[in-house]
Design a protein around this ligand. Structure first.
Ligand SMILES: C[S@@+](CC[C@H](N)C(=O)[O-])C[C@H]1O[C@@H](n2cnc3c(N)ncnc32)[C@H](O)[C@@H]1O
Length: 228
C-alpha cells in the first residue's frame, strides 16, 4: 500500500511496537500501513461518520487485517477505554479546535497514552498552546508540503516543556524555526506576499485598524524570516 507523502510522514512519527488509535481514521490507511509494515502490535480505527467507518472496514477487510485492526464508531476518543492500552493517539486532517475538543473530552485516555501525533489543518498555534497548558511536551514538529498544500505534524509526550515558547514559536513551530525549515521559509514568504497585496487594497479603503493589524503581522512574519 502506497501512502500519500503527508500520511507517510505521519506514519513515520509513530514509535514502533505499540497499540495505536487513529481518531478520524476515514479510510484507515494509517493503521493498515503501520500494521502491514510491522510497525505496530495492533490498531483501533475510529470515526464519527458511519460512511467513513465503512470505508475503513472495507479497506481493513481487503487486507485481511480484521484480527489486528478494530473499528469503532464514535465521537473522538469516547469509544476508547483504558483497557485498550493505547500507546499512540493519532489525530490527523481535522481542524485544531476540533482536535482540542477531542483531546479535552478524552483526557483520561490521552493522559495514559505514551504519545500524541497530531496534524491539525488550522489553529495550529492553539493546539501547541493546548498541549503546553495540559502538561504535554512537544518533541517533534515538522512542516511539510504535499500536493501544493502546507501541513504540520506535531508529536507530543507527557511532561513539562523545559523553556516556554515565544509567540512566533506557537504560530510557526519552535523546531521549524530552530531548524531553519525551508518549507516554513517558503510558507512565510508566500503569506507575506499575500498580506502585502491585501494591505495595498485595504489602504484604498482606509480601514485603519485592519491596516495596522496587517502591518503588524507582516513585521512579525519578516522578523521570523530573518531567522530562517
Ligand atoms: C479529512 S478526514 C481525515 C482522514 C485521515 N485522518 C487523514 O488525515 O487523511 C477527517 C475525518 O475525521 C472524521 N471526524 C470528524 N470529526 C470527528 C470526531 N469528532 N470524532 C471522530 N472522527 C471525526 C470525519 O468523519 C473524517 O472521516
Amino acid at each position: 500500500m502506497e501512502l500519500s507523502y503527508r500520511l507517510n510522514k505521519i506514519a513515520q512519527k509513530v514509535t514502533k511496537n505499540g497499540i495505536i488509535a487513529d481518531i478520524g481514521t476515514d479510510h484507515a490507511y494509517i493503521p493498515i500501513f503501520l500494521y502491514k509494515n510491522n510497525k505496530i502490535k495492533s490498531g483501533i480505527a475510529c470515526d464519527i461518520s458511519k460512511g467513513s467507518l465503512q470505508k475503513a472496514k472495507d479497506n481493513i477487510k481487503k487486507y485481511n487485517l480484521q484480527d489486528s485492526i478494530q473499528t469503532r464508531l464514535g465521537n473522538g476518543l469516547e469509544k476508547i477505554n483504558l483497557q485498550d492500552r493505547v500507546d499512540t493517539i493519532i489525530i490527523a486532517g481535522m481542524g485544531g479546535m476540533l482536535m482540542i475538543d477531542i483531546l479535552q473530552n478524552g483526557k483520561d485516555i490521552t493522559e495514559n497514552a505514551k504519545e500524541l501525533i497530531l496534524q491539525p489543518q488550522k489553529d495550529i498555534d492553539k493546539v501547541r498552546k493546548y498541549l503546553h497548558n495540559n502538561n504535554f511536551k512537544i518533541i517533534d514538529d515538522e512542516m511539510l508540503k504535499d500536493d501544493g498544500k502546507y501541513y504540520t505534524i506535531i508529536k507530543a509526550i507527557k511532561g513539562k516543556e523545559d523553556v516556554l515558547y515565544k509567540n512566533e514559536e506557537y504560530i510557526f513551530g519552535k523546531f521549524e524555526i530552530a531548524n531553519k525549515c525551508k518549507i516554513l521559509k517558503e510558507y512565510i514568504e508566500d503569506q507575506v506576499y499575500k498580506m502585502e497585496i491585501v494591505l495595498r487594497n485595504i489602504k484604498k479603503t482606509n480601514v485603519e485598524s485592519r491596516i495596522l493589524e496587517i502591518e503588524k503581522n507582516i513585521k512579525m512574519y519578516k522578523e521570523v524570516l530573518k531567522c530562517l
